[in-house]
Write a protein that binds this ligand. Structure first.
Ligand SMILES: Cc1cc2nc3c(=O)[nH]c(=O)nc-3n(C[C@H](O)[C@H](O)[C@H](O)COP(=O)(O)OP(=O)(O)OC[C@H]3O[C@@H](n4cnc5c(N)ncnc54)[C@H](O)[C@@H]3O)c2cc1C
Ligand SMILES: *[C@@H]1O[C@H](CO)[C@@H](O)[C@H](O)[C@H]1NC(C)=O
Ligand SMILES: *[C@@H]1O[C@H](CO)[C@@H](O)[C@H](O)[C@H]1NC(C)=O
Ligand SMILES: *[C@@H]1O[C@H](CO)[C@@H](O)[C@H](O)[C@H]1NC(C)=O
Length: 814
């Protein structure tokens, strides 16, 4: 494939004018994307991979200077150099608007022409292309370039400084500043902070920091040489390097850092008040950011791990992500088994959750077939067997993973946190296989993680270096360092929450001892300190249990749901049975159905499956009996409910008689995945519309008169539709309470934020809304009955006609 693509492109470069080759070129571009993976760099490295298709757009007339590595993928020196080049790309990620890194694999046949056009003979060759390079520019080769990140970085700065006009527009001035410039600085620059780096002439820190902060607004960095006596004496500088913050009016303070080094300055300067990444909105205060009734902001400690996030992650991964596979087989099944196994071994959860994971695991291990259905898996996940003290709470409650907007953080944050916790737990518990957790994560991400590009990047990292993990400690550190690599790549990305900027984690404030410097002044992670920090940060006993849904409530909710599912199933069966019976009766016109039977038929003519209906049951028999034993224990708060609401509700429910109406509603209410609530809401809106247009059915009115003399709730005629639907239910006075409760829930879930009107009119609508599904079922049943009876009449007619004929024939016989 790659070879064919290569030839096609050579043809294109040979005759670029030929329009017929356009399609071929387009195809080959796509092929190159995959062909390029064969080189030493992947899409996950922050290096532009050059191809004949993009070389013009990347190198010519670019606003940034560009360094290109020409390499051959088979060359040993190139292979040895590639990790350094990748690290350089990570190190100078913030410089991108001024300097880009690129690479091209000259060993790939399709790239040969490009490489030879730049006169490349040996590998690796680094060339520097000025901003706004022209087609004639062949770039400037780095002779005997250093093979370490620091040396390369300095070389790059040297090149940038020799850069004549036009200067890359994004690149701030790099030359030392003077007293004169500082005096008039705030007149010409509209920034809040001016950071002055005092240093010796040969130091690069000032220039590096200038570039490190070029993507940040409200701050400017200038270097001041130790020979600039006016400023040095004015600020009383005695230490070089050191950093001072300078303000209008000549005020200044020294920047406090643990070590006087580039990374420490960068951490501190990027966190100054008012300093934001360009193009990002300033961080908003979190109180009231998401103050909608649907999603209250939960204050949390940013340097802690919350169990609520871990449980939410489990819920989302098992009930939403895995659910995307209706049939799970092959690699996906294997991934799921590994994932659950690792969870059972190391998830430091509450007993109920651990029990659930165990039961899922033992079920999964017993599945010897080549595939399972998600429905079967979900039965176990929802504990349909009703094993005691076994449940995975439904819904998500993000705490430490809350984002300032609904599309920030949440689930991916939870996934990282979960796997950090699992690697740490494996180390603390003493797992046997150092790669067990990481390969489970790799498999899970590959098979299920919804962000496919993320999965691809993660797979690239795993393929590259997961084999190096040989101890449980190195597994913890591997995930930490790869996560930091992802943070580096995503810093400033659209997906970055401005309130939670992506940093190299942990910051010096969180773990001072984790950071240190090499002899040459470059930053170095002190892994001897990072490991104990991670082990304690993610350890099971430092996980906070705040905001967790009460265990009893989780279990009660599950029982309720289970019972209502059973009811729904029974009701469905009953409907089917009645239909069959009705059919039989029609076929035997002589045996008259009794009045009671007819009535029963009417009562149960209900289709519980109909989602458009706020499902309800009219049934006083077995259903209510089944509901009886759970009715007393029912208490189910929406996961978003405030604690005081929960208390109030459970108190009220304690004396509430079982009401199937309430139960069915609660089931609908339970899913809190955003999409679900949206769908529910959509149906509710539809139902309300229908309710407004449909009139109360006479049958229900009549029944109400028969059985319920006088309006039970004193709500008048408006309630008729609704009362019709509960007409055959044992009426309890506290049904009203129930209705009120439902209304509250409805309000809470109203996505538009508009509440239903208070009082009677609302109740009326609400009630009539409930009756819609009923009439729908009724109508279909009527149609069926009508059809059947006409068929029956026809049959009878034919039968008697036949009999008459036979008789006539008999009579006419001699
Ligand atoms: C496997 C995987 C791959 C991803 N790939 C991409 C991608 O390619 N593109 C993309 O746009 N998004 C990707 N994401 C999502 C992205 O990494 C973030 O999860 C998401 O943007 C939310 O960011 P966050 O601010 O909540 O912090 P996250 O990065 O999600 O981190 C969550 C929490 O973990 C802690 N933490 C941060 N760094 C570390 C560390 N190095 N070690 C230990 N703990 C740490 C912090 O407390 C942080 O709040 C990926 C997510 C995962 C799980
Ligand atoms: C280069 O880019 C500038 C603006 O970025 C534009 O004005 C100029 O015409 C371009 N030159 C060429 C040769 O494309
Ligand atoms: C959130 O909104 C409610 C009303 O909807 C208000 O009473 C409450 O004070 C708000 N909270 C914050 C933190 O703004
Ligand atoms: C957050 O947790 C850290 C670590 O346990 C602790 O030192 C700090 O005081 C906590 N902050 C708040 C506001 O509780």
């Amino acid at each position: 494939m790659a070879r064919r693509g290569g030839r096609a492109t050579s043809r294109f470069t040979a005759y670029p004018g030929e329009t017929a080759t356009f399609a071929v070129w387009l195809c080959s571009c796509l092929l190159f994307l995959s062909a390029a993976e064969a080189g030493l760099y992947t899409a996950s490295d922050q290096i532009v991979r050059l191809t004949p298709g993009n070389v013009v757009s990347v190198l010519l007339n670019s606003t940034a200077a560009t360094v290109v590595e020409f390499y051959a993928s088979w060359c040993g020196h190139c292979i040895a150099f590639s990790p350094v080049y990748k690290d350089l790309a990570i190190d100078i990620k913030e410089w991108k608007p001024a300097v880009e890194l690129a690479a091209i694999d000259c060993a790939a046949e399709e790239n040969r022409k490009v490489c030879s056009s730049y006169g490349i003979r040996g590998y690796p060759t680094l060339k520097f292309f000025h901003a706004y390079s022209t087609a004639e520019s062949a770039g400037k080769a780095f002779r005997d370039f250093p093979r370490d990140v620091r040396g390369l970085r300095h070389k790059l700065i040297d090149q940038l400084e020799t850069h004549g006009e036009p200067w890359p527009p994004a690149c701030p001035p790099l030359e030392p500043t003077s007293q004169a410039e500082i005096n008039s600085f705030f007149e010409t620059n509209n920034v809040q902070h001016l950071a002055l780096i005092f240093e010796e002439a040969q130091s690069y820190i000032g220039r590096e920091l200038t570039l490190d902060l070029l993507q940040f607004e409200n701050i400017a960095v200038r270097r001041v040489l130790s020979t600039e006596e006016g400023l040095v004496t004015k600020l009383g500088v005695t230490e070089f390097p050191s950093c001072y913050l300078y303000y209008p009016g000549g005020n200044f303070t020294r920047l406090k850092v643990n070590v006087e080094a580039r990374t420490f300055y960068a951490y501190a300067l990027q966190r100054l008040p008012g300093v934001v990444r360009s193009g990002k909105p300033p961080p908003v205060t979190t109180d009231g950011v998401t103050n909608s009734t649907e999603d209250l902001w939960r204050p949390f400690n940013r340097s802690r791990v919350y169990m609520a996030d871990l449980e939410s992650t489990l819920h989302y991964s098992l009930r939403v992500e895995v659910a995307a596979h209706t049939v799970i087989k092959g690699e996906a099944l294997n991934s799921l088994k590994k994932y659950i196994t690792v969870l059972v071994k190391y998830f430091p959860g509450r007993p109920v959750v651990v029990n659930l994971l165990k039961s899922v695991n033992s079920w999964l291990q017993n599945q010897t077939g080549s595939e399972i259905s998600y429905d079967a898996f979900k039965e176990i996940l929802d504990n349909s067997a009703q094993s005691p003290d076994t449940a995975l709470p439904e819904g998500v409650r993000w705490v430490g993973c809350q984002g300032s907007r609904p599309h920030f953080r949440r689930y991916p944050c939870g996934v990282w946190t979960l796997f950090h916790v699992l690697t740490v737990q494996a180390k603390n518990v003493g797992g046997s296989d150092p790669q067990e957790v990481l390969s489970a994560m790799r498999n899970y991400v590959r098979s299920y993680f919804g962000c496919r590009l993320c999965a691809e990047h993660f797979e690239n990292m795993a393929r590259e270096s997961l084999v190096e993990v040989s101890t449980l400690s190195s597994a913890v550190l591997w995930l930490w360092s790869r996560h930091n690599r992802v943070n580096n790549r995503l810093a400033g990305d659209l997906s970055e929450d401005p309130n939670f900027p992506k940093i190299q984690w942990p910051s010096p404030e969180m773990c001072e001892a984790c950071h240190t410097v090499k002899e040459n002044g470059d930053h170095r992670w002190n892994q001897d300190q990072v490991l104990p920090f991670l082990l304690s940060y993610f350890s099971s006993n430092s996980i906070l249990k705040d905001y967790l849904e009460d265990e009893d409530q989780v279990l009660a909710k599950q029982r309720e749901q289970h019972a209502s599912q059973k009811l729904a199933l029974e009701a469905q069966k009953r409907v089917e049975r009645k239909a069959r019976e009705a059919l039989d009766l029609m076929m035997r016109p002589t045996s008259e159905p009794t009045v009671e039977e007819e009535e029963e038929e009417e009562e149960e003519g209900e289709e519980p499956q109909d989602e458009a209906v706020a499902d309800e049951e009219e049934d006083g028999g077995e259903g209510a009996a089944a509901a009886d034993d759970i009715g007393g224990k029912t208490s189910e708060p929406s996961p978003w409910a405030k604690p005081e609401m929960e208390v109030g509700r459970s108190r009220r429910q304690a004396h509430r008689k079982p009401s199937i109406v309430g139960m069915r509603m609660r089931e609908v209410q339970e899913d809190i995945v955003d999409l679900d609530s949206f769908v529910n809401q959509h149906y509710k809106a539809k139902a309300l519309q229908l309710a407004a247009s449909s009139r109360v059915r006479p049958r229900t009115l009549q029944r109400k008169e028969e059985q319920e003399p006088g309006p039970v709730f004193g709500l008048g005629m408006e309630l008729d539709g609704g009362l019709g639907m509960v007409g055959l239910q044992p009426m309890e006075a506290d049904l009203e309470l129930d209705v009120g409760q439902q209304r509250k829930r409805l309000q809470k879930r109203d996505l538009t934020g508009q509440y239903f009107g208070e009082g009677l009119s609302h109740r009326g609508r609400w009630m009539s809304m409930l009756s819609i599904g009923f009439s729908k079922v009724d109508i279909s049943l009527c149609v069926i009955l009508y059809f059947l009876s006409s068929m029956c009449l026809l049959a009878m007619y034919l039968f008697f006609k036949n009999r008459l004929k036979v008789r006539r024939v008999k009579i006419s016989l001699p």
